[in-house]
Write a protein of this length. Structure first.
Length: 114
């Protein structure tokens, strides 16, 4: 903000503003970042959201390889759960078996449901 005071020109600060393609909601209402900007700063809303959205689309060869492996791992874990499933089993028992099979084959870390 000191540099802005020196030149009299507000410093641009990139803030998120755009429409979430899944929900249709305006992300600016959920994350009103411009409200807390220091004096001498001006929000620049037209660049960041589109740039981040494009980054989600483009995948490197390594990312594609990871996605293929995770897809295979998830499919195999589901198959194993279906093989293990018996009448009278409770959902949490099946979930535990899925997590076991996924972890056994290297699928550690956060899951989509966490």
């Amino acid at each position: 903000a000191a540099a802005a005071a020196d030149t009299g020109t507000p410093l641009p600060v990139h803030t998120l503003r755009g429409t979430n393609s899944d929900s249709g909601e305006d992300i600016g209402r959920a994350l009103p970042a411009a409200d807390g900007l220091p004096a001498g700063c001006a929000p620049r809303e037209e660049v960041l959201y589109a740039t981040l959205a494009e980054c989600r689309v483009l995948k490197s060869a390594a990312e594609l390889q990871v996605m293929a492996y995770v897809s295979w791992l998830s499919s195999m874990a589901h198959v194993e759960v279906m093989r293990d499933c018996k009448p009278g089993m409770i959902e949490y028992q099946l979930e535990a078996r899925f997590l076991f099979h996924a972890a056994y084959h290297g699928g550690g870390g956060p899951r989509a449901d966490t």
